[in-house]
Write a protein that binds this ligand. Structure first.
Ligand code: PMV
Length: 326
């Protein structure tokens, strides 16, 4: 049976940065994100007994070994749970500007987990889907849910209590999230490797862990109170602290370019002029600027005026994973 699922990307307000267990994808700390309405992946999965290997088609093109191996490794986990051994055809359409440096791994693995588990006959809850998506990409476990989502790191050694939960849904607080795309080259340090190096060597990683609970509490409160200034202040601080851990690693590394700094400066200028806007940055040079819907137009225009900015995409909180064609 062919099953199709759709999942949206998410942007972390409080970052997941560092694993305590590499094999089980167990994070050092909880993280909190917003699922985005504009960027998503739609994936169909069909298990067939006449196939000799998995076949992965992305945006209409058959993918080669490296890409397919990662998907196959993930499907092996699902085959093991279902005690089945058929290979699958995986047909994925990414509505995420991947080439532009936006991570599609979160939406990709959340959609794949939902489609594949159902196609193989497993009856998975949201928590089950979140738990298994983690093995594709940690941040994927947050994309199972819409709106504001927290990934609980869990305390058990086997990882069974490490999955995401919704804080409030996408209709409960509307914010504008502007994805500001800057000029860049492909990144040199992948997030997986960056996390590893940071945990092992950064002079500042202990500071990250010591202050994370306060950031998480502050963020949960700001969400419950719908206090935008409080939320913005803590999310920007948290992103800067994550990037500071990279600067303290050995060898040090960082993802910012001159254009990244141009955007950061512009956001600070906007705040100086009385407009509430805050930035966050993941493991790449692009910046997400968060503001309230009433300021969206002026913030977007200010970003477009920066010479080194290539494009600005506007998102709002979006939905969790869903099945298509049912
Ligand atoms: O899920 P991964 O392995 O792509 O790592 C995501 C890391 C950050 O984007 C930097 C932070 C986060 O919480 O999304």
């Amino acid at each position: 049976m062919k099953i199709t699922a759709r999942a949206h990307t998410n942007i972390a307000l409080i970052k997941y940065w560092g694993k305590r267990n590499e094999q089980l994808f167990l994070p050092m700390n909880n993280s909190i994100s917003i699922t985005l309405d504009q960027f998503y992946t739609t994936t169909s999965v069909t298990f067939r007994d006449d196939l000799k290997a998995d076949s992965f088609i992305l945006n209409g093109s058959e993918m080669g070994g490296q890409e397919t191996d990662k998907i196959s490794g993930f499907l092996d986990l699902i085959r093991e749970k279902a005690r089945r051994n058929e290979y699958a055809v995986i047909d994925s359409i990414n509505n995420v500007p991947t080439a532009a440096g936006f991570a599609s791994s979160a939406s990709g693995f959340a959609a794949l987990a939902a489609a594949a588990t159902k196609a193989i006959g497993l009856n998975y809850s949201g928590a089950d889907l979140s738990r298994i998506s983690r093995f594709g990409s940690g941040s994927a476990c947050r994309s199972i849910y819409g709106g504001f989502v927290e990934w609980n790191k869990g305390v058990r050694a086997d990882g069974t209590d490490s999955f995401a939960e919704q804080i409030i849904d996408e209709s409960e607080w509307d914010l504008s999230i502007l994805s500001v795309m800057v000029e860049s080259k492909p990144k040199k340090v992948l997030s997986r490797e960056g996390m590893q190096r940071t945990v092992k060597t950064s002079a500042f990683y202990s500071g990250w862990l010591e202050t994370i609970d306060a950031d998480l509490n502050f963020t949960r409160e700001a969400i419950q109170e719908r206090d935008f200034e409080k939320l913005g202040t803590v999310l920007e601080h948290n992103a800067l602290k994550m990037h500071a851990t990279m600067l303290g690693a050995n060898p040090p590394f960082f993802y910012w370019t001159g254009s990244t700094l141009d955007v950061m400066h512009k956001v600070q200028e906007l705040r100086d002029s009385g407009i509430q806007a805050y930035f966050t940055i993941d493991a790449g040079p692009n910046v997400k600027v968060i503001c309230q819907p009433e300021d969206e137009r002026i913030v977007k225009e200010s970003m477009q005026q920066i010479q080194s900015v290539r494009d600005v995409f506007v998102c709002h909180p979006g939905p969790g994973v869903s099945y298509i064609g049912e």
